[in-house]
Design a protein around this ligand. Structure first.
Ligand code: RUB
Length: 404
């Protein structure tokens, strides 16, 4: 069985030796503490089997350091992702000897990665019918993110579906509030998508946000699927990795799981402190998420292309028995930005736009058409401006938002 490794960027407090600080992390997270222990003695020597190891300490070139730490396999309870986090991302963040510390990468042995996504990229592509074309998926977040009642939500979903989108989803703050009860919303939206299917022949996915308390999420997802939901959505950082895992491991829930990462900025945004998106993505794959928000190169949330590409590689790289996760680029996109996203992130991507569809001057259906046209143009290597000459909806979108 191979062990777990974790990479940290850190800055020791003034006067603290870099090697000493790395060992402080390693000991705190394994068998040590701030002092020696009477409970670790000749009789309990076996405890040392769980000692961690500082594999390397390298200056980062900016006054900080990078350390790689090995954690013995046996320290982990297989399948318990919250416990993995308590080891690799626990007390160390509060250590007084460190000015800052950021977890940037983890490597999990296959035995700790679980069974992963039920659908993954291929499974979701099969549902949408894009296994052969390999084109990017295009979707929308219903906007406004809160406020619409179930009937009006369904009307927006219908317009988006006849406009040609593959996926419609709830936003992160819409769950089961009285103004839009979840089951009524699922019933209305799925009925609207059935009507759209009668017209277009295409089954559109609807990711309903079942994020709720740990004691209720599986039951909520069961009710949503019984009401017709063909995809589930979870806010992984607010609900926890175990919420995703509970849904992924439930045999009744044979629908893909769309994973939103709301709140990630609190962990990921500071380049010197917190948790990078990469380990979060690694754990979402282990927990069984089928699609994961990893950011855009041109949108509103400020992602860095190199990091996003690395995160996307992490969730799609070949791992025996673990399906690749579909990366989702979302946040501030509109038709004029589709080409930049596809050029940088490739075609194995779900492109999503909320405002960039529902803010179209001619409404949601036209906005959806414009987004589909923009993706088509980008895949064909035609500029959005050129394609807009023969595609009215795209032309109207570009007139409002520009083509970059
Ligand atoms: C999309 C939106 C989503 C973001 C989250 O709306 O706000 O919640 O995708 O960001 P719009 P990320 O298209 O109107 O901007 O995907 O980076 O986690």
């Amino acid at each position: 069985m191979s062990d777990v490794t974790a990479v940290y960027y850190y800055r020791p407090k003034t006067g603290v030796d870099a090697e000493f600080a790395a060992h402080a992390i390693c000991e705190e997270q394994t068998t040590g503490t701030w002092t020696d222990l009477s409970t670790v003695n000749e009789k309990t020597r076996y405890v040392h089997a769980l000692d961690g190891e500082v594999l390397e300490v390298t200056p980062a070139g900016d006054g900080g350091y990078v350390t790689k730490i090995r954690y013995p396999y046996e320290i982990f309870e297989a399948g318990n992702i919250p416990q993995y986090l308590s080891v690799i991302a626990g007390n160390l963040f509060g250590l007084g000897k460190l000015e800052t510390v950021r977890l940037t990468e983890i490597t999990l042995p296959r035995e700790l990665a679980g069974s992963g996504p039920k659908f993954g990229i291929e499974g979701v592509r099969r549902l949408v019918g894009t296994e052969t074309s390999r084109r990017p998926h295009v979707g929308t977040i219903i906007k406004p993110k809160v406020g619409l009642n179930p009937k009006d939500t369904a009307e927006v979903a219908y317009q988006a579906a006849i406009g040609g989108l593959d996926l419609i989803k709830d936003d992160e703050t819409l769950t089961n509030q009285p103004f839009c009860p979840l089951i009524e919303r699922v019933e209305e939206v799925m009925a609207a998508l059935d009507c759209a299917k009668d017209e277009t022949g295409k089954q559109v996915l609807y990711a309903v946000n079942v994020t709720t308390g740990g004691d209720r999420i599986v039951e909520c997802a069961h009710s949503a699927v019984k009401a017709g939901a063909n995809m589930l959505m979870v806010d992984v950082l607010t609900a926890g990795f175990s919420a995703v895992q509970a849904l992924a491991e439930d045999p009744f829930l044979q629908v893909p799981i769309h994973v939103h990462r709301t709140m990630h900025g609190a962990l990921t945004r500071n380049a010197e402190h917190g948790i990078a998106m990469r380990p979060i993505a690694t754990l979402v794959r282990a927990a069984g998420g089928d699609q994961l928000h990893t950011g855009t190169v041109s949108g509103k949330m400020g992602g860095k292309a190199e990091e996003i590409l690395g995160d996307n590689r992490e969730i799609t790289r070949e791992i025996p028995g673990l399906k690749p996760v579909f990366p989702v680029a979302s946040g501030g996109l509109h038709p004029g930005k589709a080409a930049a996203e596809i050029a940088k992130l490739g075609c194995d991507i779900v492109l999503q736009a909320g405002g960039g569809i529902h803010g179209h001057p001619d409404g949601t259906a036209a906005g959806a058409r414009a987004f589909v046209q923009a993706a088509e143009a980008a895949v064909a290597g035609i500029s959005a401006k050129e394609y807009a000459k023969t595609h009215t909806e795209l032309a109207r979108a570009i007139a409002k938002w520009g083509d970059s």
